[in-house]
Design a protein around this ligand. Structure first.
Ligand code: SF4
Ligand code: SF4
Length: 323
């Protein structure tokens, strides 16, 4: 029986639901907060001046632990992961494990257009890295408003380069897009948006991609500041609560993902990580290399009001809608 600690837990109890861990299938490593952009919706508060970046030593310790597990997917997020100096070593080591793993990178495509990062498309293709790229709209003005002037054109050029290498067109070179709303509202229907995106990207830019993942904006970090500035915070939280969808709970990513910070600290998800919410019952963060998977499976998932961002409407996760 769940111990109700907050509104979200109470909602689970009201629906006779429990939020339990299953065998982890994904290790999500947030390699740091460095990014060339400062998007308005960023839940990481990432930007060009951030100094928090994973070290080579931490990467070694993560790699040592990871290889001893059967966790099938390494999901790299940030910041912009490719800006971390050991990024290439991290990816090629994991792809070269005796039991190779699937590697995903959460790509801010504009990095491909920055001087010094010309290697990114070929490197990703060579290592068959799954690319999940942010593209919040197919209309330039919406993208530039949310992510910064010039971001739309730079992203388009970058996707064309990835397509030219076979991404989004050939088997084994997966290119998916991420949509998030340009404001304090929930994403629309994922299948419909995907069809619209595919048609518009093909017609105007000859761009092909696989899936469109719709992700709700989380009321934390930079997006929370925006909501508070615009006096929309309470209304947005209420919108998320009112849209609670019980059928999303079974697929919540915290059930099957281990989230790790640039310092090797373990959290239930990237959102809890950004809020500094340690694993339930831990005063200080647990290091990944000290994790015993069996013991972890017994630990309750730590929840909070932001969890309504994952369960609203069709639900939201790093791979889009849940229900
Ligand atoms: S949303 Fe992504 S691209 Fe934008 S600032 Fe945050 S980490 Fe960088
Ligand atoms: S915010 Fe994290 S802990 Fe809460 S429901 Fe979403 S993934 Fe799970």
């Amino acid at each position: 029986m769940i111990q109700a600690r907050n509104d979200f837990d109470n909602t689970l109890v009201r629906h006779s639901l429990e939020l339990n861990r299953v065998t982890p299938d994904t290790l999500q490593v947030n390699v740091g907060k460095l990014c060339n952009l400062t998007c308005i919706h960023c839940h990481v508060n990432a930007g060009p001046k951030r100094k928090e970046i994973i070290t080579g030593e931490t990467i070694d310790r993560i790699l040592g632990w990871y290889e001893s597990t059967n966790i099938g997917t390494l999901d790299l997020t940030g910041g912009t992961p490719e800006m971390v100096s050991d990024y290439q070593r991290l990816v090629s080591t994991v792809r070269g494990f005796s039991q190779p793993r699937r590697v995903m990178t959460r790509l801010n495509a504009t990095i491909i257009e920055e001087p010094g990062y010309e290697w990114v498309p070929e490197f990703l293709a060579e290592h068959k890295v799954v690319v999940v790229a942010s593209m919040p709209c197919y209309a330039p003005e919406n993208v530039n408003e949310q992510r910064g002037e010039g971001v739309f054109d730079a992203s388009i050029r970058a996707f064309q380069k990835l397509n030219a290498l076979g991404y989004g067109r050939e088997p084994g070179l997966e290119l998916d897009f991420v949509y998030n709303p340009n404001g304090a509202f929930l994403p629309g229907d994922q299948a419909e948006l995907q069809a619209d995106y595919k048609a518009a990207m093909k017609e105007h830019f000859d761009i092909d991609f696989g899936n469109l993942f719709c992700i709700a904006n989380m009321p934390i970090a930079r997006f929370a500041s925006y909501l508070k500035r615009e006096k929309l915070y309470s209304d947005y939280l209420q919108t998320l609560k009112d849209a609670f969808n019980p059928s999303t709970v079974d697929s919540l990513m915290c059930r099957s993902t281990i989230s790790v910070s640039w310092e090797g600290d373990v959290y239930d998800c990237d959102f809890n990580q950004m809020l500094g919410l340690n694993l339930d019952g831990q005063d200080a963060p647990l290091k990944l290399w000290d994790v015993d998977l069996e013991a972890l499976s017994e630990t309750p998932i730590r929840t909070g009001p932001h969890c309504f961002g994952c369960t609203a409407g069709a639900g939201s996760s790093c791979t889009g809608a849940l229900a």
